[in-house]
Write a protein that binds this ligand. Structure first.
Ligand code: GLC
Length: 442
């Protein structure tokens, strides 16, 4: 709705550190992205005081659905009385996710950690009286899960931030640079403290659309992070200074042209906890969306919205567990694979082993007849069902001896080997995959 992502693949060519003009080797970017491109699944956590009333995170006061005063009254109801970071980390691990990203501060300006830059935090201003981020990162790291910090550049509560309600702002930046500078000192201060306190493996900025790269000093923000924490990955919402692209909610139909991208998506229709929103995606829908993302070379950042007491809604727990069981069974077809076949060869998602000698086929829904692959210029040495091991017979039809065009490969998938959500087939090929992409004929 509001984000124009200007991702800079430029970044992989040259980033200049603020002031120092030191060129960063593009290989550094590719090196640090390794864990991210193998991760495939992350869990997004929108935790905030908006879960008290169950209303839109920050936007509810900005869009005047509720007054700012009433919005802030939620501070008094945020308790985290049942917050169990170890249990959260267990659930995230069980889902199969390799990283998690939690809101350290949303556009409402309420820090979810012990900020020293102002007093607006759940530590100082709510009955919770504790930092959410630190114990979660500790538990995640014990389980080898990478830790991401969502951070809103926008801070509609800070008195020196120009923006406030949708139709009014406090001042015009161009008329009061000193005031903007005070905000920027605060902003950079928070970024530096999060970077020092938690050393996020990944920074997930949001809200960059309200100002330009020059106004945020995006280059300096990148430098603040990477000078201390050179391996930190930065998402693409930093006005051209991030490492990867973040389509939001909307599923790409054709394969995105970026090397690194991540679809962030909610399980119902909202980021935060909203009890009236019962439009839950089913485990099958999430699994098929996830398979499609991976098939197209991306990651899925799947969101959960915990309640004010720190518990996670049952429907979200269920989706994460079902997804986790499916991931466990099919792990070899997902993790450490690369994007699969281009469109046209198979009616469903696919992935490839990194050496391109194994092809995985994801079968959407129940299959009542054989599946078919077109244009595969390889011999299938063995076809089997992932997580089950049953070998299947393959049949090649339409191979004309004098033509270079490969035949069609048909594989029968009996009912008894089919997964309740999505069956995955493994095709061991005779050599690196070779595809025929022509129009038939000779
Ligand atoms: C949007 C919204 C925000 C949400 C984010 C997650 O940018 O402003 O409320 O946190 O998307 O991607």
């Amino acid at each position: 709705m509001k984000n124009k992502i200007v991702i800079s693949l430029l970044i992989s060519c040259s980033i200049f550190q603020a002031g120092a003009q030191t060129k960063i080797d593009p290989k550094t970017i590719a090196d640090k992205m390794h864990w991210f491109e193998d991760a495939k699944l992350g869990i997004f956590i929108h935790a905030g005081i908006y879960s008290v009333n169950g209303i839109d995170e920050s936007w509810s006061f900005h869009n005047k659905k509720i007054s700012y005063t009433d919005y802030m009254k939620q501070l008094k109801g945020f308790t985290l009385s049942k917050y169990n970071p170890a249990a959260w980390a267990d659930l995230i691990k069980e889902s199969g996710a390799k990283y998690a990203v939690i809101t350290t501060k949303h556009h409402d300006g309420v820090a979810m950690y012990d900020t020293h830059q102002n007093k607006l935090s759940i530590v100082k201003a709510t009955p919770a009286n504790r930092d959410m981020v630190k114990p979660l990162f500790e538990e995640l790291r014990k389980r080898d899960i990478k830790c991401g910090a969502y951070f809103s550049l926008i801070d509609w509560s800070y008195p020196d931030y120009p923006g406030f309600l949708k139709d009014s702002s406090r001042y015009v930046l161009q008329h009061d640079y000193d005031r903007w500078d005070r905000f920027r000192t605060f902003l950079h201060g928070q970024i530096a403290e999060i970077n020092n306190m938690f050393k996020p493996d990944l920074w997930w900025f949001d809200g960059d659309w309200e100002h330009t790269a020059e106004e945020w000093e995006a280059e300096k923000i990148r430098y603040i992070i990477t000078s201390k924490n050179p391996n930190a990955i930065i998402n693409g919402r930093l006005q051209g200074y991030g490492d990867y692209n973040t389509p939001e909610q909307n599923f790409p139909v054709t394969r995105p042209p970026y090397r690194w991208w991540e679809l962030c998506m909610t399980i119902n229709d909202n980021w935060g906890y909203q009890p009236q929103d019962q439009n839950w995606k089913t485990p099958y829908e999430i699994i098929s969306i996830f398979a499609d993302v991976v098939s197209n070379g991306g990651n899925l950042l799947l969101d959960i919205g915990p309640k004010e007491d720190g518990t996670i809604p049952d429907e979200e727990v269920n989706v994460l567990k079902e997804l986790g069981a499916w991931n466990k069974k099919n792990s070899e077809a997902i993790f450490n694979t690369v994007a699969g076949l281009p469109q046209g060869h198979f009616y469903g998602p696919t992935t490839l082993s990194k050496d391109s000698t194994t092809l995985y086929l994801f079968l959407p829904g129940k299959i009542s007849g054989p599946v078919m692959i077109k244009g595969l210029d390889n011999k299938v040495e063995e076809a089997s069902v992932v997580g089950d091991g049953t070998t299947l017979t393959t049949k090649v039809v339409g191979k004309i001896s004098w033509s270079a065009v490969p035949g069609l490969v048909y594989i029968d998938v009996p009912d008894k080997v089919q997964d309740k959500y999505m069956t995955v087939l493994k095709l061991k090929l005779d050599k690196k995959i070779k595809l025929y992409r022509g129009q038939g004929g000779l």
